[in-house]
Design a protein around this ligand. Sequence first.
Ligand code: PLP
Length: 464
Amino acid sequence: MIKTEIYLDGNATSAVLPAAIAAAVDAMAERFGNPSSSHAAGLKAKALMEGVRQRGARLLGAGDGKLLFTSGATEGIQTAVLSALCAVRARRAAGEAVGSLLVYGATEHKAVPEALAHWNRLLGLDLELCALPVDQDGRHDLAALRGLAGRAALVCTMAANNETGVISDLAGIEAVLRAGASAAYWLVDCVQALGKLTLELAATRIDYAPFSGHKLYAPKGIGMLYVRAGAPFTALMMGGGQEGGLRSGTENMVGIAALGAVLEALEGGGTFRSHAELAGVRARLADSLRAALPGVVFNNPFAKALPTTLNFSVPGLASGELMDVFDAAGLRVSAGSACSAKKAAPSYVLDAMGLPAWRSSGAIRLSFGALIDDASVAEACARIVRCGEALRASCLLPSAQAPLPHDGVVQLGVEGECSWLVLDAAGRSCVVIDALAEHGERIEQFVRCQQYRVRAILASAAGP
Ligand code: PLP
């Protein structure tokens, strides 16, 4: 059955796996005990919880490290940063040389630099935050890391990027940290890697690895944090001593049960599509985008990225324009930037990769989950082709065909700047508002293509 909405924003969040919904319902109806209670109801819940933890530890290769349940990756990141920084403070107070830099990949999710700044300030550490550059493919600059590692107190590098799907060279980063005998703690945000990359955490030098359930078909509000055996730990929340005193608060049993069902599906195999199949889906979607949108450029190198993420820009089209047409076609994708008022904020991830402004501010991310079925892919491809036709018919893309007379408001945006046209199809006329000089050619081309008369050119605010 073809759905009216095709969800292609899997890196933002996912639907919940039917088996996870069933497990959540079972946890509420049958296994609702408090895992800290010593009676049978509590023991049943505890058995469920520990079973999920063991499965998670097996899948992640957690070895003798700890695996705690958290509310999600943001909490896991806070806990990891707090733990590392408390240890840095104690070591510094004891006269040890601990490094003065908090190094984080320039394309990290904002949760990482924000947590670093927050806890650095709160703990009065006065360490320097230092963004580690990435190359044009979005991979960490290992030469730059080599130069920083000796002075780093903590290094944070994600396993895969949420905007581009670019997979980090964790082995390369580890080699740099080892070669420099860096004493820095190492946090790896593994949110986008769960279920998509093989992880053997205990076999690495990684100290902390946060995960989030809702990126892989579990519900929102459940996550995990891996802590290497021997890595320092400071609890973020104190109270009843749950999770062995590492994270107080009655556990989210519904989330844990649901996450358990997802982990079971991962471990058992057969539920999620293989890497090769997903790469095939990406190729089909990319072909449709190429056919529909002349000049489309992909902002992520497919060979170095998760197969489930496409990030693209179209010359002359703002992300807002593309989002509108995709949304109207029932394709739920996301913009790398938001064209709210006059300025579209460029993507800091694409900026860090050194892409030109038009690509960074006009980027669209199309990401899908490993449950995607072929009928949805075929329908998505057909709708992408129709999006291209609609853009041509409305003069937003060059076309030889006669345009559809346009009515209403059209926002034109190039390189992060927006101008507007108010169009009256019946009167075959339009009003141009806040026309930016750099849009002159586009506005002219649009008006000529529509064969409208320009009745007025207005500015919404006095110029400087
Ligand atoms: N890190 C990355 C790479 C993410 O993609 C996200 C979510 O978008 C987070 C961290 C935050 O995760 P959560 O929503 O579980 O707090």
